[in-house]
Design a protein around this ligand. Sequence first.
Ligand code: PLP
Length: 438
Amino acid sequence: MPDIPFERANFDLTAALEDAEHRFAEANPTSAGLYEQACRAMPGGNTRTVLYYQPFPVSLARGDGCYVEDADGHRYADFVVEQTAGIFGHSEPAIQRAISSALAQGITLGGPTPREGRLAEIMCERFPSLDMVRFTNSGTEANLMALSAARAVTGRTGILAFEGSYHGSVLSFGGYGNQLNLPLDWVMGRYNDMEGTRELIEANKDSLAAIIIEPMTGSGGCIPATPAFLQMLRDAADEHGIILQFDEVMTSRLGPGGLQKAHGITPDMTSFGKYLGGGLTFGAFGGKEAVMSHFDPRKPGHFGHAGTFNNNVLTMQAAIAGLTEVFTEKAAEEINAQGDLLRSRLNNAAETRSLPVQVTGYGSMMMFHPTGTALTGPTDTDAAPKEARALFHLEMMARAHYVSRRGMIVLSLPMGSKEFDGLTAAFEDILDTYGALF
Ligand SMILES: *Cc1c(COP(=O)(O)O)cnc(C)c1O
């Protein structure tokens, strides 16, 4: 247990956070040095914005199962799960075998191999919207390809997206600011706002090529879209010839066939990424044959789609093993049932203490929000003070639980009751220690 100076820590949120940061810095001298070193050649010592937090991020030395260890030797139960991409944990034998066997047969071969066709088939069986699929190197790229295809197929330019959503590095409508977003013809709606969004679609029906939505916002707060909202988008898209695209880069892990199958609402196009590569670089987009067949290089006037590593053998082999040997449909059911249970335990802990905190989510993805206000879309999460999120994060780490700074808590397949009990206990202890500040 960390040594918490009660009088001061309970004084106010700012003092409690300062104190937590001080203890964190004291406990992590090696990470502090490595961070300073990284700052010499990378802006802010960082090559991935989400990984920065104050006073500096711990440098990770290794991982095994669902645990990670930092450079100062602290061991954490890993609930960051690489922003959902780490569903297999850090040392799943089936993934390791797949990578080794592909490695032994040679990398960067420069031609098609049997692997990508097999993986495409497995994905098309799994996800209802997929007649056909193509691979990319990231979720960002998958979204760019799918949206560009929608524009080319419809001959329109507009794209309806939702405030606060995240669809990739240059497709970011949330907390990071949008200075670097691609200058596409964006129309911005409010998540879960039925009337407003319906009107927005009506007003732009002749110019909209696509609607892009995460059926539950991932980094945008783990706030599910209501099935009624998604159905309204489906109906409006059908009525006006707009391509409905689900970004299931994260949410495709929330059931055997993603959230689209769980809700029984089938988009025209879907983008994928994260965990599907077995823990390696991955992206994919696919959907209706009417759209995807434009990519057939045998056809005159076909679309081009490049990507040196689109079919890289390590990712393809790891992805096949991941879906067929580990993250089976049954495993998908189980991990999401475990997530629902964990989320209700955490919410019960808050309710019992009558504290204005909540954990939103669906299945194996959830987020801590230090606010009692009902959250219906990603922009609502601003209601929670940033300092309270930061305090929660550092205090979870002080209790040997690695969660992301924004308070996202994600399950991985190696986890069991030991980890769920441990997380719940750490959560309850933080509520008991700092509850009055939330
Ligand atoms: C992570 C993510 C992306 C981007 O994927 P990258 O592989 O990081 O480029 C896109 N959409 C959503 C919903 C994501 O969570």
